[in-house]
Design a protein around this ligand. Structure first.
Ligand SMILES: Nc1ncnc2c1ncn2[C@@H]1O[C@H](COP(=O)(O)OP(=O)(O)OP(=O)(O)O)[C@@H](O)[C@H]1O
Ligand SMILES: Nc1ncnc2c1ncn2[C@@H]1O[C@H](COP(=O)(O)OP(=O)(O)OP(=O)(O)O)[C@@H](O)[C@H]1O
Ligand SMILES: [Mg+2]
Ligand SMILES: [Mg+2]
Lengths: 254, 254
């Protein structure tokens, strides 16, 4: 079982969109996949069509041990893809976790008993708080979505330093699966410039596949569907299928 | 002295861009303005050209009482606009605040001694954590930037409920100065649809001025300048000037 975090403290860079569509693409190539929504906003749960009323038992209950992980899992409309939804209770998790023992290990401990999945994909909130720390401690690899914008570039060194600290203190096996450029618009000089800088600095860690800005991708969540299901022919969906294939090629070379 | 929070827990909706350009527009019409960067990412400090090395004393030091607010203020290259920068120390503030007395009031208490400004604008991080709570408790009004996207719309009810709770428990004078639609692209149906929904639901609270998606706006931070200074003739800058004028008209009617 491979556990992948999707993380970047910069807001709005495509974490949720990447988590949902990568998880869907993996399920489409018959990898049994579980998506865990660890963001109190609950966007990944919404993007997979989970009604608010159905989120009574989810990632909050899993973190605080009230329920076994198996009891927090819901099926989605996509064959081979299940989800642990997030509810608003998770917004209070940060303050509750601070004074708990093993506060960085709660998610990793909760996933100990999990089986039956090839991949687990974890969506995290836009911050380097205890929820994101739990995600990094529980994961084997991190996928870093990166918008081709200046502020997004600025935050990268903080993120890579945090990953380094998690490797040193909590999870020596953690590695970076790759950086994926999102909402790319090759007609725009800033986007081209940022892509060049990132490839120059991170080299082969940057996936060759880029995700173009594509309005069909941002329409999909209002129907509770991944872009891959809402419109599998659009350029955004094709890009996410290509990204999943590129990830699987890298996985085979591990 | 009017204290305005710029807040929305959804990531990447244009909080920092709005805080910087509204503060610059207010300074341009001779309102002495202070921008406080309360986001550990420090994007507002970068967007105003403050070097990392110059951020040794800033919002972290102000919150934890090590320094008087006056000692945390730096000038910017824009006449009439000063800034309290943020440094990476702020990333640890959340955990430190949890166990402190008056943990929600730290910013409000720190600003008690401040004078000499017409406006204070506070940029907050993408979450409803103690830093954002401090911002809402310290402010008289909240400006809510909103991207015309589905996930951004989903988070609004959580934000307005949080503002209601702050009014009831900590700051009865807090009101919503307005919602401002950002990165608007009227060629895109989703954008039009979201704008219609928001205006139907929030009525006159939504500023008439909308901020269009404009690449010049996203280029400006790489030069450490507000869009209004980088390219005052571009449509994004014009929109932020219009927004500031609309805000001031509302202020006069208070
Ligand atoms: N390739 C794309 N083309 C167009 N729009 C996109 C694309 N990817 C994401 N979006 C839209 O951009 C916005 C931000 O994406 P998303 O919410 O996935 O980012 P995030 O990093 O998860 O945000 P947060 O930091 O709030 O968790 C969303 O409204 C989403 O629908
Ligand atoms: N009107 C606009 N046109 C084009 N790009 C914009 C516009 N406004 C903001 N941007 C860009 O969109 C990205 C997100 O904006 P910004 O960083 O201001 O949002 P934020 O809400 O402060 O993000 P965070 O949640 O991470 O604090 C930035 O790269 C910014 O340069
Ligand atoms: Mg998200
Ligand atoms: Mg910001």
């Amino acid at each position: 079982m491979r556990i992948l975090a999707v993380a970047n403290q910069k807001g709005g860079v495509g974490k949720t969109t990447t988590a949902i569509n990568m998880a869907t693409a993996l399920a489409a190539v018959r990898k049994k996949t579980l998506l865990i929504d660890l963001d109190p906003q609950g966007n990944a749960s919404t993007g997979l069509g989970i009604e608010r009323a159905a989120r009574k038992v989810g990632s909050y209950e899993m973190l605080f041990g009230a329920h076994d992980v198996a009891e927090c899992i819901l099926p989605t409309s996509i064959p081979g893809l299940d989800v642990v939804p997030s509810s608003i209770d998770l917004a209070g998790a940060e303050i509750e976790l601070v004074t708990m023992t093993r506060r960085e290990w709660r998610l990793r401990d909760a996933l100990e008993g999990l089986s039956g999945y090839d991949y687990v994909v974890i969506d995290s909130p836009p911050s380097l708080n205890l929820l994101t720390l739990n995600t990094l401690v529980a994961s084997q690899s991190v996928i870093i979505p990166l918008q081709c914008e200046f502020y997004a570039l600025e935050g990268l060194s903080l993120l890579t330093r945090t990953i380094q600290r998690v490797q040193d203190t909590f999870n020596s096996g953690l590695d970076i699966a790759g950086l994926v450029l999102t909402m790319v618009d090759r007609r725009n000089n800033l986007s081209i410039q940022v892509e060049e800088d990132v490839r120059a600095h991170f080299g082969a860690l940057v996936f060759k596949t880029v995700i173009p800005r594509n309005v069909r991708v941002s329409e999909a969540p209002s129907f509770g569907l991944p872009a891959l299901v809402y419109d599998h022919r659009c350029v955004g969906s094709q890009a996410y299928m290509d990204l999943a294939k590129e990830l699987l090629r890298r996985e085979r070379q591990r």
